[in-house]
Design a protein around this ligand. Structure first.
Ligand code: SAM
Ligand code: DTB
Ligand code: SF4
Length: 330
């Protein structure tokens, strides 16, 4: 453990975070870098691979999501993939340097039965390959979380997505409390928590910061905090949303880094539209994880080749070992 680490707090106020967010960029970046270096190696990036194991036809109405059955996006509905198919994708991702394999399903919630049993097999299979296994399957009960933990699940992704006040402008089929309940079930089962959100959905800066406050109130902090830039996808209610400025991503990441110092902050969706320089600034602001592979769940992402070049040009490298998060310190 490094010395002189700033303390890990769960009581950030909106005013304090606004001061963080709005300060001069050199000050913000210096503060974020100082925190980052006390907790992490600034030259290493955790590379996560993502696979949609069940695509489209989701019952939720999330305004950003092309997989919602409520919208008209050009995503073909597909049943759950076979266990073998998923494990061969995981093997390939591992060979390409990924240390975490994340499986996403367009479900509102998990139903017990054949499909969930298959997901448990997938989790166990990914762990046998020596990778961390992560799932994002919608809402889960305490019992389902226990079964995932028994199968060896390392992390569960469940995003708060935005601030509590803006939430019902984006999703009407579930509540903020539903999200918090699933996160609690995940934590109680001893699975690490991956939770973050999306910026650029028309929310105010306060909404963004309220989301970061809600994440930092979780005790312990989520071990991973994905920050996504909205990918405005045709056929979704947010299709016409203007892209955000890269510097807004940089400022949001820097705040997440300062507020949740031990967490892995993941520069997630939207990298395809960001320059090398913008991504470099995100790493300087404290991002230390990315999704690799040319498709996220359904949307485009830089190719493995491009990412190799990106990290090489910055003198950074993928983290070899599977992650040992320190966010559990509270
Ligand atoms: N159905 C599960 C759920 O919602 O928790 C898991 C899959 S869902 C697609 C995972 C996350 O992807 C969402 O919480 C959201 O943050 C992100 N996401 C989905 N569509 C996006 C988009 N168009 N742009 C950026 N992020 C997006
Ligand atoms: C997260 O926060 N971002 C990833 C992962 N968790 C599951 C998903 C991004 C999805 C982008 C839109 C798509 O590919 O459909
Ligand atoms: Fe369904 Fe998840 Fe998309 Fe919402 S974000 S519509 S829950 S797949």
């Amino acid at each position: 453990m490094k010395e002189n680490r700033p303390s890990t707090r769960h009581d950030w106020t909106l005013e304090e975070t606004r001061e963080l967010y709005e300060q001069a960029l050199p000050e913000l970046l210096f503060q974020a870098q100082t925190v980052h270096r006390a907790f992490h190696n600034p030259c290493e990036v955790q590379v996560c691979s993502l696979l949609s194991i069940k695509t489209g036809g989701c019952a939720e109405d999330c305004a950003y999501c092309p997989q919602s059955a409520h919208h008209e996006a050009a995503v073909e509905r597909e049943p759950l993939l076979a266990v073998d198919q998923v494990l061969s994708a995981a093997r390939e991702a591992h060979a390409n340097g990924a240390s975490r394999f994340c499986m996403g399903a367009a479900w509102r919630e998990v139903s017990d039965g054949e499909d969930f049993d298959k997901v448990l097999e997938m989790v166990a299979g990914v762990r046998e390959l020596g990778m961390e296994a992560c799932c994002t399957l919608g809402m889960i009960t305490p019992e389902q979380a226990e079964r995932l933990a028994e199968a060896g699940l390392s992390a569960y992704n469940h995003n708060l997505d935005t601030g509590p006040e803006y939430y019902d402008k984006i999703i009407t089929t579930r509540t903020y409390q539903d999200r918090l309940d699933t996160i609690k079930n995940v934590r109680s089962a001893g699975i690490t928590v991956c939770s973050g959100g999306i910026i650029g959905m028309g929310e105010s800066i306060s909404d963004r910061l309220e989301m970061l406050c809600a994440l930092s109130e979780l005790e312990p902090h989520p071990e991973s905090v994905p920050i996504n830039a909205l990918m405005a996808i045709e056929g979704t209610p947010l299709e016409k949303q203007e892209p955000i400025e890269a510097l807004e991503m940089v400022r949001t990441i820097a705040c997440a880094r300062i507020m949740m110092p031990g967490s892995m902050v993941r520069l997630s969706a939207g990298r395809i539209d960001m320059s090398t320089e913008a991504q470099a600034l995100c790493f300087l602001a404290g991002a230390n994880s990315i999704f690799a592979g040319e498709t996220l769940l359904t949307a485009a992402n830089p190719s493995e080749n491009e990412d190799e070049k990106l990290l090489e040009s910055l003198g950074m490298r993928p983290r070899k070992d599977s992650a040992a998060p320190v966010a559990g310190e509270s």
